[in-house]
Write a protein that binds this ligand. Structure first.
Ligand code: ATP
Length: 294
């Protein structure tokens, strides 16, 4: 049994002249839940494509549970839910699920699969008549049909409503608890922060951060101070920017202590102040716009 779900070494993938992934090294252990983050065009989908054997590296290697990507997919080791995942037209959801489950030697029992993915009420529906969020749930059911040990999800909740998202991540946590490795690309950083054991941040096809969300957040030194809008003492030491949001002002500071002292000396009541650390969004933005540590 291989130790890792994914071993990516020096992966380089080109789309014609575009260098989409540039020398990526990444190891993902079995049972980990990992978020792939980064701005549009960072190389997340391309990495997922290479792991599925859909895109061929210009250089480097990808091993999926110790096998070449195409072999791992053929052996039913990988379930995938892609951004533009297709469903056959002119068919009912139940028929498609039946077909796909039939392709596996040991498919996920239907009643449990549809209950887990919230598709019970959709089985009799025409595939063409599904809403965006319903379609994503059906794609998830198809990805899970073979009970794969590795699940790859590219922006899986982009069309889901709040309730659908919550249910989706509950399902992912249950799967992770059963030992499934879950790798997902997302722009919903609060979901990554809440769900992933580890976040991997890409920019320009390169890895710029890799670690638990708390560690990646702490790479950004800044803090935010919120206070009710009103007259602020000028100048405020450490402050690098201020934004007004309704009745409050948010100050970004690189020296929280000095800024707080100045605010208090200027007569702002302590009870009005709220200090918070950088969010994962702040961290990813900072890492991907500055290029970050390599
Ligand atoms: N089929 C393609 N042909 C040409 N260039 C492509 C193709 N697919 C992706 N690219 C380019 O490769 C780079 C990486 O794209 P990729 O889709 O992997 O990024 P991403 O991080 O998934 O972005 P997003 O968050 O927008 O989905 C981008 O510059 C993109 O324009």
């Amino acid at each position: 049994m291989p130790a890792n779900a994914l071993d990516i070494d020096g992966l380089t993938v080109r789309h014609g002249d575009v260098l989409a992934v540039d020398g990526l090294d990444l190891r993902i252990g079995r049972g980990e839940t990992v978020a792939l983050l980064g701005p549009n065009g960072a190389g997340k989908s391309t990495t997922v494509g290479a792991v599925l054997g859909l895109l061929h590296p210009a250089a480097g290697t990808v091993r999926v549970l110790g096998r070449a990507p195409a072999d791992a997919v053929r052996a039913g080791c990988v379930g995938a839910m892609l951004q533009h995942g297709g469903l056959p037209g002119e068919a009912r959801v139940g028929e498609v699920l039946h077909l796909v489950r039939g392709a596996y030697a040991d498919p996920w029992p239907l009643a449990d699969l549809v209950a887990t993915t919230g598709t019970t009420g959709l089985l009799g529906r025409d595939v063409d008549a599904l809403s965006g969020g319903q379609r994503q749930r059906v794609l998830l059911a198809l990805a899970l049909a073979g009970q794969p040990p590795l699940l790859l999800l590219d922006e899986p909740t982009s069309a889901m409503d709040v309730e659908g998202r919550r249910a989706f991540w509950t399902t992912m946590r249950d799967l992770a608890a059963r030992g499934t490795t879950v790798v997902f690309a997302t722009h919903h950083l609060e979901e990554a922060d809440a769900v992933a054991d580890r976040v991997v941040v890409l920019a320009g096809g390169r890895l710029v951060a890799d670690g638990p969300a708390a560690q990646v957040r702490s790479a950004v030194a800044g803090r935010t101070i919120r206070l009710p809008s009103g007259r602020l003492p000028e100048p405020l030491p450490g402050v690098t920017g201020a934004t007004r949001q309704g009745a409050t002002v948010e100050l970004a500071t690189t020296d929280v202590e000095a800024t707080l002292r100045a605010l208090l000396a200027g007569g702002v009541p302590l009870t009005d102040l709220e200090v918070r650390g950088a969010s994962l969004e702040d961290a990813v933005l900072s890492l991907t716009t500055t290029g970050g540590p390599r």
